[in-house]
Design a protein around this ligand. Structure first.
Ligand code: PRP
Ligand code: MN
Ligand code: MG
Length: 180
């Protein structure tokens, strides 16, 4: 699997450093609160567990699953809720955890979902931000790395459901797109 990677963008230690930095900031910002940490399945799972363990604050963990129907190269941008969280967020501080914000469609859908349910606050922490891909204005409050406009995999990010378990974030070799 490692042979399919052209180059490593963010190493295990880069990611660990980012988790520490973000965790420290989140600890400060959520002091005295008990945020509902909402991890977006499936990509955000790896980052969620690492960044949460750097937060020295009380939290509750929940998961949401959404699916986007991107019709080939012409994306329709339709996002649907597949699995909902298990608790009421009205009056609660919600912290959404994502692996990457690209077009912003997934994030905007989830932000709207919790705002409509009258969450007290809705903030977003993402490992990767790819501003060049943005279609909607969805903005993350906490960002690990701003990524160049390349297709990245690993540490939760997949290509056809694979590569999520790479411990780093890397760029796939172009031949993988052609032959797989
Ligand atoms: C990926 C990624 C983000 C979303 C970002 O998830 O994990 O959730 O796309 O793209 P966007 O900003 O253009 O909406 P995907 O829908 O591939 O599901 P996955 O997490 O299960 O891989
Ligand atoms: Mn995802
Ligand atoms: Mg995916």
């Amino acid at each position: 699997m490692n042979d399919d990677i052209e180059r490593v963008l963010y190493s295990q230690s880069d990611i660990a450093d980012a988790c520490k930095r973000l965790g420290k900031q989140l600890t400060k910002d959520y002091e005295g609160k008990v945020p509902v940490v909402v991890s977006v399945l499936s990509g955000a799972v790896f980052f969620t567990t690492d960044v949460m363990r750097q937060m020295d604050t009380y939290t509750q963990l929940d998961f949401v699953d959404v699916s986007s129907y991107h019709g080939g190269t012409h994306s329709t941008g339709e996002v649907q809720l597949v699995t909902d969280i298990s608790r009421d967020v009205s009056g609660r501080d919600v912290l959404i955890i994502e692996d990457i914000v690209d077009t912003g469609r997934t994030l905007q859908f989830i932000i709207d979902l919790f705002k409509n349910r009258h969450a007290k606050s809705v903030k977003v922490c993402t490992l990767l931000d790819k501003p060049t891909g943005r279609v909607l204005e969805a903005k993350a409050d906490y960002v690990g790395f701003v990524v160049p406009d390349e297709f990245v995999v690993g540490y939760g990010l997949d290509y056809k459901g694979e590569y999520r378990n790479l411990p780093y974030v890397g760029v796939l070799k172009p031949k993988i797109y052609v032959n797989k």
